[in-house]
Design a protein around this ligand. Structure first.
Ligand SMILES: Nc1ncnc2c1ncn2[C@@H]1O[C@H](COP(=O)(O)OP(=O)(O)OP(=O)(O)O)[C@@H](O)[C@H]1O
Ligand SMILES: *[C@@H]1O[C@H](CO)[C@@H](O)[C@H](O)[C@H]1NC(C)=O
Ligand SMILES: *[C@@H]1O[C@H](CO)[C@@H](O)[C@H](O)[C@H]1NC(C)=O
Ligand SMILES: *[C@@H]1O[C@H](CO)[C@@H](O)[C@H](O)[C@H]1NC(C)=O
Length: 459
């Protein structure tokens, strides 16, 4: 309980410090955050009981959410990242924050249509945007259904103000990091680079096409990636094939709600079925993303539950390729070797493999390096983190032996594995060991001609 509140305080502190550095919007966020933080601090100091704490969460969650809605941009991202940590956050916040996954208040339709006409020019003549609320609204854009030359498509339209705001937010964040937590700088810079490209939808269209082609080449039919529509692609507009289905997250929630309406002695069986079904989807996601990372070296770094659609035919629609990362063959081979060592719990080999990727700490303490590696790519359940919340554990490792160099190419890979682990935990998979699930794919990758040209494969 207290651990969860601590994490929340840390998140609020992050938002607060960050808000301090923005201009203009500062006051608005301060008005929300200060009273919330004060209330929690007081609660912690006076040892308020669990019931009273829950009431505090229920009261504050909508306030924090309203603030995030107001500020958009980076705050939405922080909110999204936090909302998948269902194991860490108080339930009231999860409920409120998870609405960020796909339900921000939309921009008025007329403005969106005008922007689409302006940027698409002639091609817009054949495009009919469906009037009414968007399919989805996210941090920097919103998605509308449309018809184009007889096809069902959807167009993602970027809110151009977000881009300017984001740039100044990130700059502020960096100054803060430099002063107070340089350990996070590399990570922040990598995230910023990724977001920079995320603001140009032409990159995203290219990503869609590449990931789609890779899946097709492997004959993968359990997941679908939307086709881009080249005539409808500009920096701020992205037209693509429309995929059916709710997000996997809202599907799961709806099923749970339906089961909860049954008398409690009838719930066990449908719950077991739901867990089986979600477990099947989890394995598909793990396999598909493992192959993207280790076989293709081109992967989606942001597979959060709001980006996974469950279509009626049982396939999964994987959308949102704003944060795709490519890693080169040399680094990919090192990562495969690291995954094998992690999967086999061979910590000596883990340390050698991780150091080979360019990872360095101040003292090069092998015990600590092995722990970093497991946390980055393999496991973060309580047994693996000495009972600590993972971010806290990461901070502890940084205190024991701070990182001085991290392989930039692997930061988003770590985030991707972390999101998959969160998903596993959220559906009740105990003690997720992701490297073990990636093992066969890592071996297969090491035995491809490209990899064999770089070095021998393990037996
Ligand atoms: N091809 C598609 N078919 C059907 N619905 C889609 C499609 N693409 C996007 N959507 C809907 O629009 C929403 C937002 O799309 P998307 O996640 O691509 O936006 P984003 O701005 O990149 O979001 P994020 O902040 O999650 O990165 C999705 O959650 C989904 O509901
Ligand atoms: C918790 O504290 C509140 C007020 O501080 C009190 O009214 C309530 O009875 C307490 N509940 C328990 C279970 O101790
Ligand atoms: C619009 O569609 C028509 C018929 O499908 C096609 O002939 C024409 O070239 C299209 N115009 C543009 C600008 O794409
Ligand atoms: C490495 O770090 C661990 C944990 O912090 C510590 O117990 C150990 O003494 C360190 N080893 C060396 C050689 O410094």
């Amino acid at each position: 309980m207290i651990g969860r509140v601590r994490l929340l305080l840390a998140a609020i502190a992050f938002l607060k410090r960050h808000a301090l550095l923005g201009v203009g919007r500062t006051l608005r966020s301060y008005k929300t955050l200060i009273p919330v933080a004060v209330e929690y601090k007081h609660g912690l100091d006076t040892g308020t009981n669990a019931t009273a704490m829950e009431a505090m969460h229920a009261r504050n969650a909508p306030r924090v959410l309203a603030m995030i809605h107001n500020l958009k941009g980076l705050y939405t991202k922080v909110g999204q990242v936090l909302s998948v940590r269902t194991d860490e956050l108080p339930a009231a916040y999860v409920a409120e924050l998870s609405t960020l996954q796909d339900a921000l208040p939309p921009r008025p339709f007329r403005g969106v249509r005008a922007q689409v006409r302006r940027t698409l020019g002639r091609a817009a003549r054949n495009l009919t945007l469906a009037d009414g609320p968007p399919l989805g609204v996210a941090s920097i854009g919103q998605v509308h259904r449309a018809r184009f030359g007889g096809r069902d498509v959807c167009v993602k339209v970027q809110d151009e103000r977000c881009r300017r705001q984001f740039k100044s937010d990130m700059a502020g964040c960096r100054v803060f990091c430099q002063l107070f937590s340089p350990g996070y700088l590399a990570m922040l810079d990598e995230i910023r680079r990724q977001f920079d490209t995320e603001f140009d939808y032409r990159h995203e269209a290219a990503n869609l096409d590449e990931i789609r082609a890779n899946l097709e080449a492997r004959g993968e039919r359990r997941v679908v990636v939307p086709k881009s529509v080249p005539a409808l692609v500009t920096r701020t507009v992205l037209g693509m094939e429309f995929l059916r289905g709710p997000t996997l997250l809202s599907y799961a929630k709806r099923r749970v709600a339906a089961i909860e309406r049954l008398p409690f002695f009838l719930r066990a069986v449908p719950y077991a079925f739901l867990r089986l079904e979600l477990g099947r989807y989890y394995r598909v996601l793990v396999e598909v993303h493992g192959a993207q990372l280790l076989l293709d070296g081109c992967f989606n770094g942001d597979p959060h539950p709001g980006n996974i659609l469950k279509s009626p035919d049982g396939t999964l629609g994987l959308i949102d390729y704003g944060q795709v990362k490519r890693i080169d063959d040399v680094m990919r081979r090192r990562l495969c070797l690291l995954m094998l060592a992690l999967a086999d719990d061979d910590d000596d080999a883990v340390v050698d493999a991780f150091v080979a990727t360019g990872f360095r700490t101040r003292d090069m303490n092998r015990t600590v390096i092995a722990k970093y590696a497991h946390l980055w790519f393999n496991r973060d359940d309580r047994r693996s983190t000495d009972g600590m919340e993972p971010m806290k554990y990461y901070d502890e490792l940084n205190l024991a032996d701070p990182t001085v160099a991290v392989p930039e190419q692997l930061i988003l890979a770590s985030r991707m594995t972390w999101l998959l682990r969160c998903f596993g935990q959220a559906i009740g998979v105990r003690d997720v060991r992701l490297a073990r699930e990636f093992r066969a794919t890592a071996l297969a990758a090491l035995r491809t001609p490209v990899m064999l040209a770089l070095g021998p494969a393990p037996p």
